[in-house]
Design a protein around this ligand. Sequence first.
Ligand SMILES: Cc1cc2nc3c(=O)[nH]c(=O)nc-3n(C[C@H](O)[C@H](O)[C@H](O)COP(=O)(O)OP(=O)(O)OC[C@H]3O[C@@H](n4cnc5c(N)ncnc54)[C@H](O)[C@@H]3O)c2cc1C
Length: 490
Amino acid sequence: MPDTAIPPTIPTVPVTPAVLDALRAIVGDKGLILDEQGKQPFVTDWRGSLVGTAAVVVRPANTEEVSKVVKLCHDNGIAIVPQGGNTGLMGGATPWPTHQGILLSLGRMNHVLEVDPVGYSMTVEAGCVLQTLQETAAGHDRFFPLSLGAQGSCMIGGNLSTNAGGVQVLRYGNARNLVMGLEVVLPNGDIWDGLRSLKKDNTGYDLKHLFMGAEGTLGIITKAVLKLWPAPKDVCTAWLAVRDPQAAIEILSEAHAASEDNVGSCELMSRACTDMVLRHIPGTQDPLKAETPWYLLLEWSSSRPRQDGAEGMSEKMEQFLADQMEAGRVLDAVISQTEAQSRNMWRIREGVAEASRAEGPGLSYDISVSISKIPEFIDKGIKAALDILPTIRPYPLGHIGDGNIHFSFMGPKGMDRGVLKQYSPAITRAVNDLITSMAGSISAEHGIGIEKLDELAHYRSRIELDTMRTIKRALDPKNLMNPGKVLRLS
Ligand SMILES: Cc1cc2nc3c(=O)[nH]c(=O)nc-3n(C[C@H](O)[C@H](O)[C@H](O)COP(=O)(O)OP(=O)(O)OC[C@H]3O[C@@H](n4cnc5c(N)ncnc54)[C@H](O)[C@@H]3O)c2cc1C
C-alpha cells in the first residue's frame, strides 16, 4: 500500500453464504468470480504495486442486475468497489486489503446502444472499451475525441468516473465535457435515469457532474450519452526539437492562429522520456536524432478534406515550422509523411507509462499549473527533488496545452523500491508545496484514489473537504460505495 499514514476505517461486514446465494440468483454463475487466481487481476492495480482483497468479483450483465446487487449490498451493509478496465493509476479501483465486500466489474456491460450521426451522439454501456467507442464513431464518419495510452483496455465508465484527460483535451475538453447524459445506480440501488441527449438543460442541479470524477464513491455509472464530432479528414503530425519549455509554450501559443484553430494535440516530451520508450517499447524509432533535452509532438487536424492544389494542414505546418525555426524556438523538426510515421510518434508518447513500469521504481506527480507557469514549475520542481535526492532521474513530459505535466522521476540507478520509498514523503511534500504555491493542482487528470488520499486532505481547504463530505454522506450514508477512496470521512 502507498505511503498513506493510516489506512482509513471502512465497513467490514463480510459476504455471508446467504448473500452469496442471493448474488448468484441475480447474476448467475458466470457473473461471479470466487477463486483466488481468478480474482487476482481485479484486486491488483495496473502498476502491480497495490494488492487488495475482495470476497467475490461480481460481473452484472445489465443495469437491472447492477441495481439489484447494489440494493442487496446496501441492505446488508456490504462495501462495493466498482471497476472498469483497471487502468487507473491512483488505486481507485483496487480494494483496500481490509475490504471484506465485493468488487463490481462493469466489463460485461459493453454494448453500444445507439449511434445518432445526425445528432452527433452515441449511447453506450459503461463497460465499453474506449478504443471500441472511437472505432464505432469512426465507422459512422464521426469522432469521439477521448484518447489516452490505456484506450485499448480502459472503459468509458472508468473514464467518466476519473474525468480522464488524455491527448485531445486542448481542443475538446476532458471526459466530463464529452457527456450529455448519464444513467447511474445510486448507493441504495435506485436507478437515476439521466440519459438525456440534450445540449441545453438548466433544470436544477446538474447531477451528472457529481458522478463524473467521483471515482465510484457516489454511485455506479451504468450508461452514458456521449457527444460526437466531425471525423478529422486532414491530419498533420510533427515531431519538433525545441529550445526549452518556454519555447514550447510560445510555439503552442502561436500555433492556434497559424493552424486556423486546428491544433488537436501538443505534447511535451523530454529526451530522457523518449530514450526510455525507445529502450523498452519494441518497434519504436527515434523520429529525430537531435541532441536536445526537449521535444514537442504537435498535431493539427481539420474535418475538411484536403482539396487538390489547396493548402492543407501539412503545408500550413511547414510554413509555421520554418517561422518558428527562424525565431529560434524550433531547432529541428520532422513532419510525418505516412500513417506509420505518425503512429510511431504517438506510440512513443503513449508508451511512456508502459516504459516507466519496465524501467523500474519511480515517483510520479500528475500536476497542473497555468500554461505560462510550466517552465518555472519544471525548473524549480526538478531542483527541489534533486536537493533531496541528487541522483534521482527526472523524466518530465506532459499535455502542455492543458498546463498538465506528468512530473515523473525514476529512482537512481541501482536503488531498490524500498529505499526510494524512504525519500518519497519529502519529495512529494516539496513538489506539492511548490504546485500549491503556484496556484496549481496536485492531481490534474488521474484523480485521488488511494494514492493521494492524504495529499487531498492536506491541500484542500476545510470548506472544500467539508462540502465534499456532506455530499458523500447525503448520497452514501452507510459509506459502502468505494469506501476509503478520495476522501477521509473523519
Ligand atoms: C498506459 C496508461 C496511460 C494513461 N494515460 C492517461 C491519460 O493520458 N489521461 C488520463 O486521464 N488517464 C490516463 N491513464 C489512467 C487511466 O487510464 C484512466 O484513469 C482511465 O480513465 C481509467 O479507466 P478504467 O476503466 O481503467 O477505470 P478503473 O481503473 O477501473 O477505475 C478508475 C476509478 O473509477 C471507478 N469506476 C470505474 N468504473 C466505474 C463505473 N462504471 N462507475 C463508477 N465508478 C467507476 C473505480 O472505482 C476507480 O475509482 C493512463 C493509464 C495507463 C495505464
